[in-house]
Design a protein around this ligand. Structure first.
Ligand code: ADP
Ligand code: MG
Ligand code: MG
Length: 543
């Protein structure tokens, strides 16, 4: 069939790219060559560096590693040396970053579009329904967000068959790994600095990663826009988070960029809730004078809740003032930065949903607002890829062309002929539910069986999924290090560009790229997240 010959072409190209990578061919995403006798030494040096510089995660084998900082640490999974990356793709992704930021904003303003596009999904996916319910409440209230703030990440893979940079997805909530991505870039620079002669690369060629500095600056700018000196930034996190160090990097960066006096303010210190506060009064620096940060798990007490529901968990008191001010234990909240709330697991009871609704109803700046969150839905991504839909949101023809150029094939399951093609050649497709955080997609035989079942049932459940063209990036050999040991494996990479968008009414204050994330995984794997446990952090040098 035509799809199986497509598969041969795709696989053939990927293999050829890997094989010719050393020759004069298309050299891309290839790990820096390392003399074999040096590997063990480099791995050891890298492991020491990670331990000494906070490139760490909680060890899943340690019971408290996700709850308390400083216990049960393990180095983050990383690729030993950076990948070469073609400058054209780098520039293309940078150019796209502000376009996607603006697109998210424009789509978020069209409440009807969001509601309509997700209407059928809502019937079969209760998580999407809960989010949409909050969104429609805000529409009923005619709630206007004057200050809008997004920290995004657009993820791409290079398609080996067509040589195109194709978007995997656009994340609008809880965009993570900004801290670890900066760390691995420093790790690679350090290794190369010490072995410059053997590795034959200037450490300065490793592309600097500005993710933490820029996201911290954006958070500070959002806080400043709220314009209340005593207000705090609330960081919403999961009750248990083995990637807490990735999150701590951003508050530590804020403290470094702006020389705040560090003071710990313990609101509720317990196994369940983590709260760290930074509070100070310092000299005016970048218009940023004082700010308090709270880390808090996604549970806070909402006035009127029955105390007995508390189950002994520690809590903070949330209150919505009549004027819309969000108060937390008596502090005004300027910005709510979600590093949780993207998964149904983050809402174990009605309390969390009430907290999310309260936050949304408030005048605090939400990163993201419910509308920004919904724009990141995979179903919206699929709708935007339809003919003439981008035109509804972007005016400039050449911008539209640039954005469209990076769209892979995306289809609704209402498309019978694509469903048939996917049943016949499941290896050419990815089946995606409306979920975030990695590990949710369906591939191969599973994909085929799921499609056959859905077709047989004739159920509405098809609206819970989208189908996407599977991208086959060129593979190359890489040393991948996890839990202190390395494997040498054929690997492929996913490239993400962080973005920031801050807007007050008609004034766009920030619309920019904010550094990158390169994740490398064994070519034989389907999924690829670092947090989900599949991928390894990596960095790039441009060729
Ligand atoms: P999530 O929001 O859970 O991160 P993604 O759409 O990013 O969902 O999918 C998770 C992972 O699955 C990606 O990091 C990537 O490794 C893999 N993946 C997703 N879409 C594709 C695709 N079209 N082709 C190849 N791999 C894909
Ligand atoms: Mg995602
Ligand atoms: Mg993803």
């Amino acid at each position: 069939s035509s799809s199986s010959s497509l598969r041969c072409a795709v696989v053939g190209t990927a293999t050829a790219a890997a094989e010719t990578a050393g020759g004069g061919g298309r050299t891309r995403l290839k790990q820096l060559a390392v003399p074999p006798r040096l590997v063990d030494q480099l791995v050891e040096e890298a492991l020491v560096w990670c331990s000494q510089h906070g490139l760490v995660v909680g060890d899943k084998n340690h019971p408290r590693s996700g709850k308390a900082p400083g216990v049960g640490l393990l180095h983050a999974p990383f690729a030993l040396l950076p990948m070469s990356f073609p400058k054209v793709y780098w520039e293309q992704a940078l150019e796209l970053a502000p376009l996607f930021n603006e697109l998210v904003h424009r789509v978020s303003l069209d409440g009807e579009f969001l509601q309509q596009t997700l209407a059928r999904t809502k019937e079969v996916d209760s998580f999407t329904r809960r989010l949409l319910d909050i969104h429609s409440k805000m529409m009923e209230l005619n709630k206007k967000e004057e200050i809008q703030f997004g920290l995004t990440r657009s993820d791409y893979m290079v398609d080996g068959a067509t040589d195109k940079l194709l978007q995997v997805e656009l994340n609008t909530i809880s965009t993570s790994s900004n801290g670890l991505a900066c760390g691995v870039c420093e790790l690679h620079r350090n290794l190369i600095r010490h072995h410059q002669r053997e590795l034959g690369l200037d450490p300065a060629s490793v592309v600097e990663n500005s993710a933490i500095a820029r996201h911290a600056e954006a958070l500070a700018a959002a806080w400043a826009e709220y314009n209340t000196q005593s207000a705090v930034v609330l960081v919403v996190v999961q009750a248990e988070e083995r990637y807490m160090y990735d999150q701590y990097w951003i508050t530590v960066a804020l403290r470094d960029i702006y020389p705040l006096v560090y003071a710990t303010l313990l609101l509720c210190h317990a196994a369940y809730a983590r709260c760290i506060g930074i509070s100070s009064d310092i000299n005016n620096c970048h218009g940023f004078r004082s700010c308090t940060f709270f880390f808090l798990s996604f549970y806070f007490h909402v006035w009127g809740d029955d105390n007995s529901q508390n189950n002994g968990r520690n809590r903070a008191e949330g209150e919505l003032r009549p004027d819309g001010t969000l108060m937390l234990n008596g502090c005004t909240v300027a910005v709510v930065y979600f590093r949780a709330g993207y998964s149904p697991d983050d809402y174990p009871s009605e309390v969390e949903w009430r907290a999310r609704l309260m936050i949304e109803r408030s005048s605090a700046i939400k990163c993201p607002s419910i509308a920004y969150h919904l724009v990141g839905a995979k179903k919206i991504q699929q709708e935007l890829a339809k003919e003439n839909v981008l035109e509804r949101f972007l005016d400039n023809k050449s911008d539209i062309e640039k954005v469209r150029k990076c769209f892979a094939g995306l289809w609704s399951l209402e498309n019978e002929s694509i469903v048939s093609a996917a049943i016949e050649s499941p290896e050419l497709f990815v089946l995606k539910p409306q979920r975030e955080g990695g590990g949710n997609n369906i591939y191969g035989d599973n994909l085929r069986e799921t499609l056959i079942r859905l077709r047989k049932d004739g159920s509405n459940e098809i609206a819970a999924y989208i189908l996407m063209q599977r991208i086959f990036p060129p593979a190359s050999l890489s040393y991948l290090v996890r839990e202190g040991t390395f494997v040498r494996d054929n690997a492929v990479s996913e490239f993400g560009i962080f973005g920031a968008y801050l807007r007050n009414k008609d004034k766009v204050i920030i619309n920019d790229q904010c550094g990158y994330l390169l994740r490398t995984k064994a070519a034989s794997l389907n999924e690829g997240g670092v947090v989900a446990g599949y991928a390894f952090l990596n960095s790039i040098f441009l060729t």
